[in-house]
Design a protein around this ligand. Structure first.
Ligand SMILES: [Zn+2]
Length: 327
């Protein structure tokens, strides 16, 4: 069964990587995103595009657009021209990142939110073209809670305190960010929106279920949130995935630090082995019926039936990102 990793950042074609992808029959959807006000994301996008051109069975790509330039009257037209060029060149989606909502500000200090009218023509354009939007808005709820050892995100927020909002009450709350994202879903009902990382509602599948019920144009990817499933009751998670089996996309969010092809052979093998481990852990959790270890925690595998696995691994990605289907 072909598996689509619908959320990864891995712009390399080392022979060991291609061999791993062939072994599991995995295709990677490489995601570009504007991490800062420079246009450096375009270098990633160029790399991802050329891999998709060279190895269409193994790679696809998602474009992005520059962060808002509030003083640039040509900003929206420039974004639309870039999107037109990128979708014509085979991009299958467009991404917005958490800096929309949590970093970009107006001159008066207020935070720019994803439902700002400035972005509306971009979302209208995407919806009319049938192009999906991948939205990573907000962060795990833990971001707004005190650091607690043992929580799934303790490591990240202890290493990246600049993103730990508990200590920064002047920043928008989790609820405010969710409300802004939800207004985009309401204002653009024909826009296909994929909420990255369980749409930042990772801590309880029941909470995510309510949002999925409210917005039929929303799907989610599971990327970087396997641990959040693993700490919930497996029977409950299995019921959730079974019920929403058409709206959950597999992805890992593995971020390539150094291109394996530039590493000495031994390190290259280690890097690809680590990636293999990410995949086998996911497969074990979704497929096995006995005890499974995710990170350092033991839980019970979901033992999902083949039909549900096929949707999770491939069919939903192709449905929500139609550009993945090759003619
Ligand atoms: Zn990502």
């Amino acid at each position: 069964m072909t598996i689509i990793d619908a959320h990864i950042h891995y712009g390399d074609d080392a022979p060991e990587l291609l061999a791993l992808l062939a072994e599991f029959d995995i295709r990677l959807l490489n995601i570009s995103f504007a991490r800062d006000a420079s246009n450096s994301w375009q270098a990633d996008a160029d790399r991802y595009r050329s891999l998709a051109t060279q190895y269409p069975d193994r790679f696809a790509w998602c474009t992005s657009f520059d962060l808002p330039r509030l003083d640039d009257p040509g900003y929206v037209d420039g974004v639309l021209a870039g999107l037109e060029r990128d979708f014509a060149a085979g991009a299958v989606a467009c991404k917005v990142w958490k800096n929309i909502g949590m970093e970009v500000r107006y001159p008066d200090g207020r935070f720019f939110q994803v439902d700002d009218p400035l972005l509306s023509p971009i979302f209208v354009w995407l919806a009319e073209g049938g192009y999906p939007l991948l939205a990573h808005i907000a962060e795990p709820l833990d971001c707004w809670l005190p650091l607690r050892e043992g929580s799934p995100h303790y490591g990240y927020y202890s290493r990246n305190p600049e993103w730990h909002m508990y200590t920064r009450p002047d920043y928008p709350s989790h609820g405010e960010l969710m409300a802004a994202r939800n207004r985009v879903l309401e204002q653009h009902p024909t826009l296909r929106l994929i909420g990255a990382h369980f749409a930042s509602l990772e801590w309880d599948v029941d909470v995510l279920a309510e949002t999925l019920d409210r917005y039929p144009n929303l799907a989610v990817d599971i990327s970087a949130r396997l641990i959040d499933l693993a700490v919930q009751d497996s029977a409950k998670v299995k019921r959730f995935i079974t019920r929403y089996q058409d709206r959950i996309l597999f992805g890992t969010d593995v971020v390539m630090r150094t291109p394996p092809s530039s590493l000495p052979p031994e390190e290259r093998v280690q890097t690809i082995d680590a990636l293999r481990g990410v995949y086998t852990t996911h497969f074990a959790y979704f497929e096995a019926k006995g005890t499974v270890t995710v990170r350092d925690r033991q839980t019970v595998g979901l033992g999902l039936p083949a039909g549900v696995l096929e949707k999770l691994y491939r069919v939903n990605a192709e449905r929500w990102y139609p550009g993945l289907v090759r003619g």
